[in-house]
Design a protein around this ligand. Structure first.
Ligand SMILES: Cc1ncc(COP(=O)(O)O)c(C=O)c1O
Length: 393
């Protein structure tokens, strides 16, 4: 059964503050997908009958709508299953294509604080002979462009720096990074999964050669995303088949999901400014509400260069396992990425937090459905739990 709107901001009675893991699919997105599951079930690659042609035309419209939202051309947009796949195609596909041209594997630069969907493909490239440099962020989570410039060498092929961090929400200085990459003739990839639909994103203004996106972070369906890349960039496919998506992502296109993705982007951009202002105020109230009662609680990540709906805090002096257990029934949040495999956050440790501090940390991420009342209840729950754990210890 689909969730009713009453159940969207709570999860089994707990306030839902884990919208950076994923978001609920918007009602209008479900409505937009509906006909493409039922009567319009054609394969867009079937060009010999109306069902297929209708699906192909609809995919083209969705592609154009999405590229308008991103200020890129429709030919630059490749549909994928999500940001993980987009990152893999960009990183592995480009690195392997360039190394084939140059006759040897080159050098790639990224950050220690990236998502595993970037770190793990880079790890794979390392095992194939590529040289990988992972830069540490500054204590506020931001990249110092001077460190990047110092790391670029003659054989540097690609730099990958995410636009907004999935744990601490910090927004990296991408235009500066892009200018550096351009000056040194290096390709730039950016994982923008957490940014698209939450902060203005102009792909041309940003200056990245590859951008990875995911629909389920902006109230769209799970299982669809996109890679934005210029047709002239060298990319080797990771799989082979029917040649769809310029041969870079062969396979039958998921028409309903693509229709949902386009609708989600339209909705996200239509109220981006008012929603982000509202969520920023709520997020700030949440932070103030905890900090006032417990001044030793630490904020993780830059105070202002961050997503409006993200708060990440460390509660010194409490045990992470107890903190999460005590909060679970009242606030649904996380200690870090949903893809962290239970390890303490590598992002928080890169900022200088100890293992124990990283464990005693909370990522609280608000969403479209978060209300004033949710924030009041979350402040109460956090304050009760911190008080209780500190006075028991
Ligand atoms: C920054 C970032 N990159 C990549 C991903 C993976 O995206 P997807 O679930 O669409 O593969 C996520 C989400 O978990 C993310 O936050």
């Amino acid at each position: 059964m689909l969730p009713s709107s009453d159940t969207v901001s709570t999860q089994g009675g707990a306030i839902a503050l884990d919208h950076q893991a994923t978001t609920p699919c918007h009602e209008d997105v479900m409505t937009a997908m509906e006909p493409w599951w039922r009567e319009q079930w054609g394969n867009p690659s079937s060009r010999q009958h109306r069902l297929g042609l209708t699906a192909a035309a609809a995919v083209q419209v969705a592609r154009e709508q999405l590229s308008d939202c991103l200020n890129c051309s429709a030919e630059q947009l490749i549909f994928t299953s999500g940001a993980t796949e987009a990152n893999n195609i960009a990183l592995l596909g480009h690195a392997r294509a360039v190394s084939r041209e140059r006759g040897k594997p080159g050098h790639l630069i990224s950050m220690v604080s990236e998502h595993h969907a970037v770190l793990d493909p880079l790890q794979q490239l390392r095992s194939e002979g590529f040289r990988i440099t992972l830069l540490s962020p500054e204590p506020d989570g931001l990249l110092d462009p001077k460190k990047l410039e110092a790391a670029i060498s003659e054989d540097t092929q690609l730099v990958s720096v995410m636009l907004a961090n999935n744990e601490i929400g910090v927004i990296q200085p991408l235009p500066e990074v892009a200018a550096l990459c351009r000056a040194h003739g290096v390709t730039l990839h950016s994982d923008a999964a957490q940014a698209f639909g939450h902060i203005p994103l102009d792909s041309q203004g940003l200056g990245a050669d590859f951008l990875s996106l995911s629909a389920h972070k902006l109230n769209g369906p799970k299982g669809v995303g996109a890679l934005i890349c210029h047709p002239e960039l060298a990319v080797e496919p990771l799989q082979w088949g029917g040649g769809q998506e310029r041969g870079l992502r062969p396979g039958t296109l998921p028409v309903p999901l693509i229709m949902g993705f386009a609708k989600a982007a339209e909705l996200a951009l239509s109220d981006l400014e008012s929603r982000s202002q509202r969520l920023e105020q709520l997020r700030n109230r949440l932070w103030e509400g905890v900090k006032q009662r417990h001044p030793t609680v630490l904020l993780n990540g830059h105070a202002t260069a961050r997503l409006p709906h993200n708060l990440n805090i460390t509660i010194p002096g409490v045990l992470g396992s107890k903190l999460h257990r005590a909060l679970r029934s009242r606030v649904a949040c996380s200690s870090g990425s949903a893809c962290s495999r239970g390890e303490p956050s590598h992002v928080l440790m890169a900022l200088g937090r100890s293992r124990q501090e990283a464990e005693a940390s909370l990522r609280l991420s608000l969403g479209r459905s978060t209300t004033d009342g949710d924030i009041d209840q979350a402040i109460q729950a956090l304050n009760d739990v911190i008080h209780q754990l500190r006075h028991k210890a």
